[in-house]
Design a protein around this ligand. Structure first.
Ligand code: EZ4
Ligand code: CO
Length: 402
């Protein structure tokens, strides 16, 4: 089998997505996601201008060799644009392989280690009471694991809280908006939120929280310690991880489990975190982490250190990546949990798929390959719209992490 053609589709059914379609001489095609929130066109160009010309004529079964060719070949390594582009190729090739062998991708990765994947959803509200109302709503929907984010008194907006009716969507059309941030009120409020949540909903439901890289290591240590009585499933992205040692400080002070990795692109972003057991969950997903080929190696490495997976699954990870995450999570032994932020009806219509949600679990389905398609005609009716993630400043105007 040979790759004969590859094309990049950019569409915006409610938000932007970049999808690579790789076609073969046997009529089988595969899809890969290359969406990088707020930098979509850079990946599209990287693929169209630099990658596609180099893969025409290759054997699509050679996922390992093609991955190495795209990683080592250009000399310039790593980075989110490069790794998302490599991921798009890699995932499309696994899709082709599954379709050619007439089997779901999870069978190529080790077969079923479980039937369904525990997923967590997002509950949020403008304050504690509204956030808890949303938790009750998601329990009614069947979720067994719920991330809670709340507005903070005194701050006009914060990460993870919807600005109006409808779900929370971090990217906004137009140029980047700016938000104001103060750590002190946040650190005072979050323990109250989780105390009330446990009081109201009991111990059984898994509760999670995303700090979204906004704390210093010692602030994160304090928060982790104060949240201990409420037994969180995890505290996510407590502090930026460019310096992996930052997590040693947090780890030394708290037993609250720690998850990180949604902005990582290779194992080298997590190597120290994993081998020192400074984290409990690695959150990379196929699209930003170099595809199924690379993520499988990371999961296997993490398994040696009792670190489990917790793939990022926001709306900016397309249905193609959601399917890839579900096949991957079905197969690996050290699966932990999968994030589930449902896509809009418009997005789901552009990407018809076989995966399903029921009673707090998701299932990849048994279609050959990934079981996701792209309705190119419908996609063409949603042209790209410029959109960015917000910018965050402290109250005195200093630019800080969003
Ligand atoms: O801000 O996906 O855990 N989920 C998250 C997301 C990220 C966005 C960035 O593109 O932190 O909401
Ligand atoms: Co996050």
């Amino acid at each position: 089998m040979k790759i004969t053609r590859a094309t990049v589709n950019v569409t915006s059914p409610g938000r932007n997505f970049v999808t690579l379609k790789i076609e073969t001489d046997e009529g089988i095609y595969g899809l890969g996601d290359g969406t990088l929130n707020g930098r979509e066109l850079a990946v599209a160009s990287y693929l169209t201008d630099h990658v596609i010309p180099c893969i025409i004529g290759r054997d699509p079964f050679q996922t390992e060799d093609i991955w190495q060719y795209l990683y080592r070949g250009p000399y310039w390594r790593r980075g989110p644009v490069t790794m998302s582009a490599i991921a798009a190729v890699d995932v499309a090739l696994w899709d082709i392989k599954g379709k050619a062998l007439e089997t779901p991708v999870y069978n190529l990765l080790g077969g079923k280690s479980r039937e369904g994947l525990l997923v967590y959803c997002h509950a949020n509200g403008k304050d504690l009471d509204h956030a808890l109302e949303d938790v009750a709503h998601h329990i009614d929907l069947g979720y067994k694991a719920i991330r809670i984010q709340s507005g903070i008194p005194g701050l006009a907006s914060t990460y993870g809280v919807a600005k109006g009716p409808g779900g929370y969507e971090p990217a906004e059309r137009g140029l980047p908006s700016e938000a104001a941030w103060a750590t002190e009120p946040y650190l005072r409020y979050v323990p109250q939120l989780f105390a009330k949540a446990r009081e109201q909903f009991g111990e059984e439901v898994h509760l999670l929280h995303d700090c979204h890289h906004r704390l210093t290591p010692i602030e994160a240590a304090r928060l982790g310690k104060e949240l201990e009585p409420f037994h969180l499933f995890w505290m996510e992205d407590p502090t930026p991880a460019e310096l992996q040692e930052n997590f040693k400080t947090i780890r030394e002070h708290t037993t609250t489990p720690i998850a990180v990795g949604e902005v990582f692109n290779t194992i080298w972003d997590a190597h120290d975190l994993i081998r020192n057991r400074w984290i409990d969950y690695i959150r990379m997903t196929t699209v930003h982490g170099g595809g199924i080929t690379h993520l499988k190696k990371i999961a296997d490495f993490a398994s040696l250190y009792a670190v489990r997976t917790g793939c990022h699954g926001p709306t900016d990870v397309s249905p193609v990546s959601m399917a890839a995450a579900l096949h991957f999570g079905t197969a690996v032994n050290n699966f932990g949990i999968q994030e589930h932020m449902p896509h809009s009806a418009e997005t789901d219509a552009v990407f018809p798929h076989h995966y399903t949600f029921k009673d707090g679990f998701m299932y990849p389905g048994d279609a050959p390959g990934l079981g996701v398609d792209l309705d190119e005609k419908l996609a063409a009716t949603y042209p790209y719209q410029r959109a960015y993630l917000p910018i965050n400043r402290k109250l005195d105007g200093t630019l800080t992490d969003w």
